[in-house]
Design a protein around this ligand. Structure first.
Ligand code: SPV
Ligand code: MG
Length: 286
């Protein structure tokens, strides 16, 4: 099967992937024209009111993803955290994703339970050999290894290790069969990402997440090995701001009239989810 995430990452310019945390946000990202969505662990956890610390049970993650995959045509790259356990848990997770028609997963070299990258300094990393074993196990266990992209993410720079460690890890993961490498950084500026790009000669595409060095544009990476840039949490953060504003306004003014022209109409919800199709079908079948 051809893999659309891989096709995107073999393209010329970096593709922009938009965060989704539920089927609605995935639908909105796809409607806006993003070629793929990032099912973020931070955002899915937050949407369920739990912390991004492996607190969201993976069967619940699966349910969210099942409905997400059902709603959108664009491919989904799933944030697979540290693989939900060891190589065995990770390969089972990947196989389930494959069954849902999901086209890729990202696994990071952190321990289980994981903690969000922006919490705690110097988080311990998975030994390189163990991480490579997880990548190989998943590839071997998939029904169609070529149809499912495995993005291996190194947290070396985030955890305070030198550039050489990040490069050594990324090279090992690429050799183990990763289809792309996510090089993560929590620096406020993109310097270390550009430095990594300079030294990356492997040919495996790179993926970045500019949450902290957010002034960059996708075009800044055209002449680098970066082939995908993930907007990791902006939909979730926008929804928090939007809902807070609406709650505060209604609570203060004691009327819903104050927000009426600032929020989506009910009829736009009906058209987004194609209620008309159901009515046509009812006429045919009911
Ligand atoms: C996520 O979106 O959950 C990520 C990216 O893993 S980050 O929060 O930057 O670690
Ligand atoms: Mg995450």
């Amino acid at each position: 099967m051809s893999n659309r995430l891989m096709q995107l990452m073999r393209g010329t310019g970096p593709a922009l992937l938009m965060e989704a945390h539920d089927p609605l946000s995935a639908l909105l990202a796809a409607d806006a024209g993003f070629p793929a969505v990032w099912a973020s662990s931070l955002s899915m956890s937050t949407a369920w009111g739990v912390r991004d610390s492996s607190e969201l049970p993976w069967n619940l993650v699966m349910t969210v993803l099942e409905y997400m995959a059902d709603r959108v045509e664009v491919p989904i790259l799933v944030d697979g955290d540290s693989g939900h356990g060891n190589f065995n848990n990770f390969r089972i997770f990947c196989r389930k994703l494959e069954q849902l028609g999901i086209e890729g997963v990202c696994i990071e070299d952190k321990l289980f339970p994981k903690t969000n990258s922006f919490r705690k300094e110097g988080q311990p990393l998975t030994p390189i050999a163990e991480m490579c074993g997880k990548i190989r196990a998943a590839k071997d266990h998939l029904r169609d290894g070529a149809g499912f992209a495995i993005v291996a993410r190194t947290e070396a720079l985030v955890s305070g290790h030198p550039m050489d460690e990040a490069l050594a890890r990324a090279r090992a993961y690429a050799e183990a069969g990763a289809d792309a490498i996510l090089i993560h950084s929590k620096s406020r500026t993109p310097g270390e990402i550009f430095a990594f790009c300079e030294q990356w000669k492997q040919g495996t595409p790179l993926v970045i997440v500019p949450t902290t060095y957010h002034s960059v544009r996708v075009e800044d990476f055209i002449h680098t090995p970066v082939k995908a840039m993930i907007c990791a949490n902006q939909n979730l953060r926008a929804s928090i701001t939007g809902m807070r504003t609406v709650c505060a306004t209604i609570n203060r003014t004691h009327t819903v009239g104050e927000v009426e022209d600032k929020i989506a109409t009910v009829s736009s919800i009906f058209s987004m989810l194609d209620y008309a199709e159901l009515e046509k079908s009812e006429a045919l079948y009911l």
